[in-house]
Design a protein around this ligand. Sequence first.
Ligand code: GNR
Ligand code: NI
Length: 178
Amino acid sequence: MSLLPILRYPDPRLHKVAKPVAAVDARIRTLVDDMLDTMYEADGVGLAATQVDVHECVIVIDTSDTRDRPRVLINPVLLETSDEMVLGDEGCLSVPTIYDKVPRHARISVRALGRDGLVQAFDAEGLEAVCVQHEMDHLLGKVFVEYLSALKRDRIKTKMLKKAREEQELHANAARRL
Ligand code: GNR
Ligand code: NI
């Protein structure tokens, strides 16, 4: 079990495009397990490998209330998307404290490999459908704030940079035992 550091917006590495996983081997299974630990520890409903600076197509999600239904999506593909859209409030572990509305397909059909390397296909709706779309965007280097207006995005960028500066200051002071 190990926790991985999560990249914070506006880190340029969040905009890298992930490559398909060539083989679901021991390295990928370790990555999946570490991503699940990291997602549960951070109280997230999903996590994309991009967020932990691994640029391969790996996603973990758990939208269950009981937090005991992990889903692993390796090399995910959307087979079908509903014309009907939903506008739900989204957040992101890479953009903490920011929540805003993003349009998503209400229902999707997904195909991916599981942790066992076997093909799985499933339909999703509600939060699960939203989460899969949010995570698949991460693999394409897209963060949800990019759906917002340039004005909102710039304000978020400024707020995140200020927060990062303040946290750095705090750490520097702690190191000097101030
Ligand atoms: O924890 C998360 N919650 C969430 C809420 C609404 C829509 C999407 C998400 S995903 C997010 C975790 C995360 O940042 N995944 O990339
Ligand atoms: Ni996210």
